[in-house]
Every structure is written in C-alpha cells, then in structure tokens.
Ligand binder design. Structure first.
Ligand code: MN
Length: 143
C-alpha cells in the first residue's frame, strides 16, 4: 500500500512546490488549504504523515495538531510543521503542540523526500500498540 501524505498549506505556490517535489515519489497525496479542512480530511483519510503549515485560515496548524493528538489514532502519525521563518521559540511551540519536527519555507526540495521517508520509517518502528513514543524526542531534523 502506498503511504498517504496529507499536505496542509494555504499558499498555492508553496503547495505546488511540495506537490511537484513529492509527485515522483510513490505516495498518495492529499491536500487541505485551511485548518478545518485539514482536520476533517485527516480524520476521514487517516494519512500516514502530515505536512502542516502553521499559519492557516480558520484554525492554525498548532491547534489542528493538538486536536489530532487528542485522538489515539493519531498518536504516532508523524506531523511535520512548516513555518515561514525559523523564529525564536518556534521549535518549542512545535514540540509543545505535538508536531515531531519542523521545516522552514520555502521548502528545501532536495531535503524533503528524505525527511519524509525517514519519518515514515520511524513510524513503522513505533507502530500503535508499542510502547515507543516519538513525541518530544530529539529529531535530526530539528535544526
Ligand atoms: Mn500559511
């Protein structure tokens, strides 16, 4: 089965860039352009990984992530926050909200596929039911 990736992004150019970067990979891509749609789609489709823009209409990425983490089905879903600037304090907020790591935009198109592959692999090792918990742990992608 192809891994499902949900891309949450309200900026059409950033969305396009990520789509084009991931199109050549063997993933099913889902898209949402605001926080409410992101939450709905995540609940319905149960993606294997989520790329989560932080600044979004209706509900920001931190709120969406917090709500998803309240559902046990999303305990181990890798969530990668996307922030426009690496602002001081962002990293703390990202981890606090339940995101696993963050990437700054515009996304590094050479880096993105590797980050996603690594996070999906890590998720498989800490499958639901195991005692492993990747939340709050250091990731090599935090810098
Ligand atoms: Mn945005």
């Amino acid at each position: 089965m192809k891994a499902k990736i949900l891309i949450v992004e309200d900026n059409p150019l950033h969305m396009k860039l990520m789509e084009m970067t991931l199109r050549t990979q063997d993933y099913t891509l889902l898209k949402a352009t605001d926080g409410e749609k992101a939450l709905d789609m995540a609940m319905r489709e149960r993606p294997d990984l989520i790329l989560m823009d932080i600044r979004l209409p209706k509900m920001n990425g931190f709120e969406v992530t917090r709500k998803l983490r309240e559902d046990p089905a999303f305990n181990h879903t890798p969530i990668i926050a996307l922030t426009a600037h690496a602002m001081r304090g962002d990293r703390e907020k990202v981890i606090e909200s339940g995101c696993d790591t963050y990437l700054t935009k515009p996304i590094d198109t050479r880096e993105l596929p590797g980050v996603i592959a690594e996070m999906l692999l890590k998720r498989r090792k800490t499958s639901p039911g195991s005692t492993g918990d990747c939340n709050g742990k250091e990731s090599p992608y935090n810098r």
